[in-house]
Design a protein around this ligand. Structure first.
Ligand SMILES: C[S@@+](CC[C@H](N)C(=O)[O-])C[C@H]1O[C@@H](n2cnc3c(N)ncnc32)[C@H](O)[C@@H]1O
Length: 192
């Protein structure tokens, strides 16, 4: 309980994230142990309703997921993140369909309705998951979906309860790597 309360209040600033990215702390997210988890996200994105989706990646970090998504026939990919350092690095891998912006998830208003919204290892850091995810689900175009990846920890169970209250978890997979880390990845649709 204490853990959960503490974690709920753990919201590093943009400067904190910048320092961590500058130090190389998050480089491991591009490593092999993350590959299977990313592959499930890509699989869900490929199976989504829209043939040429508009993708919004919330908390995209250095753009690691974009490299895995690149072969999909998406129309546009937009990555947003609180950290200008991460965004600067992500821009190096942007192609003509891609854009990156240093902006907080709480203030973003997309100019185009996304078909796929991705929350990849970011929900832990958001102030009010329920309110924020609910707002993002309401931005989705018809047939739109959200894809969520969350590290398996008891203290993260509240995230799944929040997601269940604001959306429909229509499919869910657990990926467990031999290093001992596990993630749950889910495909979520807005309430009917
Ligand atoms: C664990 S990293 C995951 C990065 C990326 N999704 C990946 O899996 O490679 C969490 C990311 O969330 C970003 N973040 C944290 N709070 C945020 C917020 N309020 N709005 C946007 N991004 C945020 C951080 O800057 C960081 O890049």
């Amino acid at each position: 309980m204490l853990n959960r309360l503490l974690h709920r209040e753990y919201q590093p600033s943009a400067g904190d994230w910048d320092r961590e990215y500058a130090s190389g702390h998050w480089r491991y997210l591009a490593g092999l142990p993350e590959m299977a988890r990313m592959a499930v996200i890509v699989g869900y994105a490929a199976a989504a309703g829209s043939p040429n989706p508009v993708i919004l990646d919330v908390g995209c970090g250095e753009g690691t997921l974009l490299k895995a998504l690149r072969d999909l026939p998406y129309r546009t990919y937009r990555g947003i993140d609180l950290s200008p350092v991460a965004i600067e690095r992500a821009r190096a891998s942007a192609g003509p369909r891609d854009s990156f912006e240093a902006v907080g998830a709480d203030v973003l208003t997309p100019d185009e309705a996304p078909d796929i919204i991705i929350f990849n290892e970011v929900l832990y850091y958001l102030k009010d998951v329920e309110q924020l995810v609910s707002r993002y689900l309401s931005m989705l175009g018809p047939e739109g979906i959200a894809i969520v990846s969350v590290h398996v920890r008891r203290r993260h169970n509240h995230i799944w309860r929040s997601l269940g209250r604001v959306g429909r978890i229509v499919d869910q997979v657990m990926v467990r790597h031999s290093i001992g880390t596990a993630w749950q990845i889910a495909l979520i649709k807005p309430p009917e």
